[in-house]
Design a protein around this ligand. Structure first.
Ligand SMILES: O=C(O)CC1=CCC(=O)O1
Length: 92
């Protein structure tokens, strides 16, 4: 099942630049693993925002929730999930 997500990241002001760098490194590793597994099909930066759109391919809602809540930055993210169905006009 395909899901388009939007993740908005807001770090609390008490986190230092070093704390944030650690989160970013851990996030990159976790996200890279999901991309290599094919559970993230693509991820894009939303221009001008600390936010992204990512396309997930997972089996169930529960799996998506598990994957999303495993992101190191999850406590600092607002996530919007849009489940995708086949468009009748799609040629693929
Ligand atoms: O958009 C970001 O930088 C945060 C993030 C969530 C998943 C990912 O790979 O990065």
């Amino acid at each position: 099942m395909l899901y388009m997500t939007r993740m908005d990241v807001t770090f609390p002001p008490h986190l230092s630049a070093e704390d944030i760098a650690v989160f970013q490194a851990r996030e990159k590793e976790y996200s890279g693993n999901l991309q290599r597994e094919g559970r993230i099909q693509g991820i894009w930066r939303i221009v001008g925002e600390y936010a992204n759109h990512a396309l997930f391919d997972v089996e169930t809602n529960d799996e998506l929730h598990e994957v999303l809540s495993g992101f190191p930055m999850y406590p600092y993210m607002k996530v919007k999930v849009t489940p995708l169905a086949k468009h009748p006009n799609s040629i693929r």
